[in-house]
Design a protein around this ligand. Structure first.
Ligand SMILES: Nc1ncnc2c1ncn2[C@@H]1O[C@H](COP(=O)(O)OP(=O)(O)OP(=O)(O)O)[C@@H](O)[C@H]1O
Length: 291
């Protein structure tokens, strides 16, 4: 049976208060995109591809926000801009009120393919980023890696090599590796897309637990409506390219969440609400995007 706590809608008043002045920042959002446009140059031509156009998004510290939308609408591009990998052509993109200067240890990207270094142990894969920063001694980096492996449910596998792990275990290592540099924001680009459905559901619960434990903000790109509904505080639905957010849908449950939520009528209703916007039956993106 579902506990009242697990199903209880978040306190709107508390959330509003938090959004007004998170951590005493005087109303400055943790991440703010206003009128963001991002273009790619076409090789050998003066033309550009506009991937994202006039996109607005506000993310407060500790939020978990999912981005969904048609293929090629610019979700990854926006994530890359927040990571500092691509520059914006127009608009404002700020972290804590300051323009994003480029990549930094305050943001960590988690990609779909773990791409772990096959010749390094699992522990050495997780500690690698920390060792590169040279801010901690090797022994401390190893100790932190072991703590993170325990956090993601992989205690005891640190001396194994990536090839000895299942896809789900590699996804956990991928997450631990991103957390090693203690980022404030996790940028996750379909990190569980290649994982079987059953394991993916377990990983989603684990991810929420880990985010709460580490107090990180998460921006998560997915094509999976159920995944977005289960993970998010808010689901942002993109238009087709050039992408902008056409609708934000608030998810009414506190986090972390348990698997039981997926079997409730409220969850089915929420999934339908997202699909309605995405597939065009309500204010949406339009069926033509999917033809
Ligand atoms: N490096 C690049 N150079 C040129 N064009 C690019 C580049 N990266 C992406 N694009 C183009 O920008 C648009 C948005 O791509 P992006 O990968 O951001 O979309 P997406 O919503 O993440 O797609 P998907 O859901 O299929 O992964 C696409 O038209 C894509 O071809």
């Amino acid at each position: 049976m579902l506990s009242r706590e697990k199903l209880a809608p978040s306190s709107t008043a508390a959330r509003d208060a938090a959004h007004t002045d998170v951590g005493g920042t005087g109303g400055i959002a943790h991440l703010e995109a206003r009128g963001v446009t991002i273009e790619y140059a076409k090789p050998g031509s003066k033309e550009v591809t506009t991937a994202v156009e006039q996109c607005d998004l506000t993310v407060e510290r500790g939020d978990f926000v999912c981005l969904v939308g048609p293929s090629g609408c610019g979700k990854t591009t926006l994530l890359n801009a927040v990571a500092g990998f691509v520059k914006i052509a127009d608009g404002v993109l700020e972290l804590d009120g300051r323009p994003i200067p480029g990549p930094g240890p305050d943001r960590a990207m988690v990609f779909q393919h773990a791409n772990l270094l096959p010749w390094r142990t699992v522990q050495a894969n997780v500690s690698y980023g920390l060792e590169l920063t040279k801010k901690v001694k090797k022994a401390e980096a190893k100790q932190r890696a072991d703590e993170l492996l325990e956090l993601v449910g992989l205690a005891g596998v640190g001396q194994q090599f990536p090839a000895q792990l299942s896809g789900g275990m590699q996804a956990r290592v991928n997450l631990a590796r991103a957390l090693a540099v203690e980022p404030e924001i996790l940028l996750l680009d379909e990190p569980f897309a290649a994982i079987d459905a059953q394991t993916r559901e377990v990983l989603q619960v684990e991810l929420l637990r880990v985010c709460a434990a580490r107090d990180v903000t998460a921006l998560f790109v997915t094509h999976d409506i159920s995944e977005a509904a289960f993970l998010s505080d808010r689901v942002c639905v993109f238009s087709p390219r050039p992408g902008r957010i056409v609708k934000e849908i608030t998810v009414p449950w506190d986090r972390p969440r348990s698997q039981e939520i997926r079997r409730t009528a409220e969850f089915a209703h929420l999934r339908d609400e997202i699909a309605d916007v995405l597939y065009g039956t309500k204010n949406g993106v339009g069926q033509e995007a999917y033809r």
